[in-house]
Design a protein around this ligand. Structure first.
Ligand code: ADP
Length: 163
């Protein structure tokens, strides 16, 4: 069973992330999607909310699981028995940061390789922060994120405006 780890902030998960997860599933036997507990980033959604949105969006897919981690990605890769790390590349602008991370992770754990996947071109301009901005302005985001995320963002921003 060749497992791969897909780490990210997923604040919130978008159809671009889902596209990458399904591509990873074509290449590996199992995919573990893991939410980074990164308080420094001040996410909009809690770790539990992000995990649950991913779980609900991926319900019905076999051998795709969701968890969260604190600390080094490569340590978590070892913990779950993954042979590699998946990262998505949308544009050249992603490259420099991702390249540095991949090299550092390789240095930290020489048995873990990073695999880069490109999404369908219709998702190349999508990122979680644009989605959060659009949702905060009450724009329709239903073509960019799973239905559960549309609902969660509506709740989040109606709470914020009511308080
Ligand atoms: P991080 O904070 O780790 O960058 P993200 O949740 O923003 O967390 O992204 C996780 C991974 O998914 C990253 O490799 C990122 O480049 C990739 N990614 C994000 N959005 C997309 C998208 N629309 N298409 C393809 N890959 C994406």
């Amino acid at each position: 069973m060749r497992k791969v780890l897909y780490p990210g902030t997923f604040d919130p998960v978008t159809n671009g992330h889902i596209d990458i997860i399904l591509r990873a599933k074509e290449l590996f036997d199992a995919v573990v999607v893991t939410v980074a507990i990164n308080p420094g980033k001040l996410p909009l959604f809690t770790v539990m909310e992000r995990v649950q949105m991913l779980q609900k969006s991926l319900k019905g897919y076999k051998n795709i699981s969701v968890d969260s981690f604190d600390g080094l990605v490569v340590d978590h890769a070892h913990e779950v028995g993954a042979v590699g790390i998946i990262r998505g590349l949308r544009a050249v602008s992603d490259f420099e940061y991702e390249f540095q991370m991949a090299l550092m992770n390789k240095k930290l754990a020489s048995d873990i390789n990073t695999v880069f996947l490109m999404p369908h071109e219709k998702y190349t301009y999508l990122n979680s922060s644009i989605i959060r901005n659009l949702a905060s302005l009450h724009s329709d985001i239903s073509e960019f994120v799973p239905p559960i995320v549309v609902k969660a963002l509506k709740n989040k921003f109606s709470q914020k405006t009511n308080h």
